[in-house]
Design a protein around this ligand. Structure first.
Ligand code: SF4
Length: 397
């Protein structure tokens, strides 16, 4: 499919909106009352530290709702106001936060049902309204909705669109996009739908495997099996790795994306020589500012003397998991939770481990004076962070 031509057609369609409906003022007030927190504002005003009794809370200097998420949620609220009686659907969670998604359901915004792993778009009628979430939707989904003639409200973050433009550029010059991301993540699914040839690498280890293959060749079958779910149809590692460009899921660890970019630059230089590098390697900066700021703030926070960390964000939120990983690598006891309900009244906490499994930690709050580091992912409202901090104060009171 000519994805660029389709996007142009879609953007000129009267059924397509990506700018909102002019109800910003009312919606801003509503969002402030539902998601903002006076306690968090107080901590910000006190230079990100608050002490009560034995507990000192140290907040990261950048955390919580990013610009792209705020914009997407505001557009969803505006959509409800603008279409008070229409059936509104959303192709996926608007953002990865249970409380915000719960609010969507209360506003009668329905998720497209998923049947045996596939979305069932037959439920959408011509005059329905369909919201595309902050991390976008695949080109195939957009086409189905466009063909149905329903109204599309596209809240895709411009940073994500920037990555789509990058992979389009790779496609135009016949380069393979190496995407640093999680092949199952909705954003990466969407990004890869705009790419021509692509290969998704999860981390530096996988990238190194690919780089070794480029330099030394290797076991083709093993390669294809390893990346079976993470490459374009008909991908041929012996032909399709001669010219590569780098792109990423916007919420991956920025340091790792940079390392992966440098690794492929070095690899292509080694294989083809410096003078030929531009014929074999392309790199554009597609790391989102908000991800970068939150990770930098976390790296700064873990330099302090902390007894433990609490990282708050949806369990399927990639950027929250990256924050948790930073604490883990620093050796700080750290608990990734998605809401205050994970903290049980008897000093037990249910938390998500880095391997994705839930575990319960007992006596996670040490006795005596403690310093607790707190941060939250880009899709977490301040109100959720406030609830957690208040709970810690209560448990330690
Ligand atoms: S994390 Fe970055 S890319 Fe994702 S919604 Fe926020 S600003 Fe956009």
């Amino acid at each position: 499919m000519d994805t660029k031509a389709f996007k142009r057609t879609l953007q000129h369609s009267e059924n397509y909106n990506r700018k909102g409906f002019g109800h910003q003022a009312e919606v801003t007030t509503q969002l402030q009352s539902e998601y903002q927190s006076s306690l968090i504002q107080e901590i910000r005003d006190r230079n990100y530290i608050l002490q009560r009794g034995d507990v000192t809370i140290r907040l990261a200097q950048a955390f919580g709702f990013c610009w792209g998420v705020e914009r997407a949620v505001a557009m969803a609220y505006e959509t409800r106001q603008h279409f008070p009686t229409e059936q509104i659907w959303i192709t996926n969670e608007i953002i990865h936060n249970p409380s915000v998604n719960q609010r969507m359901q209360e506003m009668a915004v329905k998720f497209i049902p998923v049947e045996t792993g596939k979305k069932d778009f037959t439920v959408v009628e011509t005059n329905d309204v369909v919201i595309l979430p902050a991390f976008g939707a695949s080109i195939q989904e957009m086409q189905i909705l466009h063909d149905k003639g329903c109204k599309i409200v596209d809240t895709t973050c411009p940073w994500v669109s920037k990555v789509w433009n990058t992979v389009e550029k790779h496609k135009k010059i016949d380069y393979t996009s190496i995407i640093h991301g999680k092949y199952k993540h909705e954003e990466t699914v969407a990004t890869s739908s705009f790419a021509g040839k692509y290969l998704i690498v999860l981390n530096l280890k996988e990238a190194q495997y690919v780089a070794d293959y480029i330099l030394n060749g290797g076991n083709r079958e093993e390669f294809l099996q390893k990346f079976a779910k993470a490459c374009s149809a008909g991908f041929d590692p012996d032909k399709d790795l001669e010219r590569v460009g780098i792109a990423n899921q916007t919420t991956m660890l920025k340091g790792e994306t940079e390392q992966i970019g440098k690794l492929f630059e070095r690899t292509m230089m080694q294989k083809y020589g410096t003078t030929e590098l531009n014929e074999h390697f392309q790199s554009f900066n597609t790391i989102c500012d908000a991800t970068q700021e939150r990770q930098d703030a976390m790296l700064e926070l873990v330099q302090h003397d902390l007894d433990l960390m609490v990282v708050i964000g949806g369990f399927n939120s990639s950027n929250t998991t990256q924050l948790q990983q930073i604490a883990f690598e620093k050796g700080i006891p750290s608990y990734h939770i998605d809401s205050v309900d994970r903290i049980k009244s008897d000093n037990a906490i249910e938390h998500r481990q880095l391997n994705g499994e839930l575990a319960i930690a007992q006596n996670w709050l040490p006795s005596g004076k403690i310093v607790v580091g707190v941060t939250s992912g880009a899709s977490t409202p301040d109100k959720v962070v406030e609830d957690v901090i208040e709970k810690i104060f209560t448990l330690k009171a």
